[in-house]
Design a protein around this ligand. Structure first.
Ligand code: PAF
Length: 280
């Protein structure tokens, strides 16, 4: 495994691989790797000649400073997990390496970053856009892999890559869940045992509604799921929205969207969990 901490070193290494005609798969992460990340890595290993993983807790995408401080940092065990895959490159830069000076690049994501996460996490997608653009410029991958749990992020990254004509194929992978249905997330490790036992209720509620969504209007369905999840007062739903799966915009009749996604953000104790389900 080649572990790089500087941009110069990883760029030089990748340049050699490119010269040899190798395709490069790239999985950007913030570390604290779980099966969800490893599935992305394994998919990349099947599709690309060489696979690189970045591990960088990107400070500028955290709108909540406490969340940044508490974000798990587990580089050593992350590298062990990656050693068990065919990934051969890890890029783990320091904050100063990525941001020697403050980066204030502005993006126009249209309405994509104004809804859902964008409403509750101001500046979050700007920070994601800056770091993803920078990482793609450093690694210059053939394909980059993202999980569908961060559904809005995935749509925004596809838009970013298209609008800036970055020559990379964005590949998405389905949400990986614990056996009890909880979507895998680095934040799950911060749940208390009691909260962890309750957390699968979120997915249960999404699953129940997926079966019978046509009983409701799109708007009514969002409201219904909030009531369902908040039956337990330990859950506080920040949003539950039915959106057009491509535009992320709300709509009024089921025929108005070719594909629809139901996205939720729920606070449980000190932890904010997101999940989603594709309705059709
Ligand atoms: O999804 C994540 O882990 C992060 O938002 C990403 C894409 C690695 C950017 O920091």
């Amino acid at each position: 495994m080649n572990i790089f901490h500087t941009i110069k070193e990883i760029k030089a290494h990748i340049a050699l691989l490119r010269k040899e005609g190798k395709t490069i798969g790239f999985v950007p992460t913030m570390g604290a790797l779980h099966e969800g990340h490893l599935e992305l890595v394994r998919k990349a290993c099947k599709e690309d000649d060489v696979v690189a993983v970045s591990i960088f807790v990107n400070p500028i995408q955290f709108n909540n400073p406490e969340d940044l401080v508490k974000y798990p940092r587990t580089l050593e065990s992350d590298i062990k997990k990656l050693n068990a895959t065919a990934c051969s490159i890890v890029f783990a830069p320091a904050v100063e390496e990525m941001y020697p000076e403050p980066d204030n690049t502005e993006f126009d994501f249209g309405k994509l970053d104004k809804v859902m996460e964008g409403e509750f996490r101001p500046g979050h997608f700007k920070g994601v856009g800056i770091v993803v653009k920078k990482l793609l410029e450093i690694v210059e991958p053939t394909r980059a892999y993202f999980g569908e749990k961060d559904y809005q992020q995935l749509v925004i990254i596809r838009y970013l890559v298209k609008s800036l004509a970055i020559p990379v194929e964005i590949v998405s992978c389905p949400i990986v869940r614990e056996p009890d249905g909880l979507a895998m997330s680095s934040r799950n490790s911060r749940l208390t045992p009691e909260e962890r036992a309750l957390a699968p209720d979120i997915h249960d509620a999404l699953n129940r509604i997926k079966e019978n969504y046509t009983w409701f209007t799109p708007d009514g369905l969002g409201k219904m799921i909030i009531g369902d999840i908040e039956q337990n007062p330990l859950f506080r739903v920040e949003y539950a929205e039915v959106a057009d799966a491509e535009t992320l915009m709300p709509f009024f009749d089921w025929e108005d969207a070719e594909h629809a996604v139901l996205c939720v953000a729920v606070v449980l104790g000190q932890v904010r969990l997101i999940d989603n389900v594709l309705l059709y």
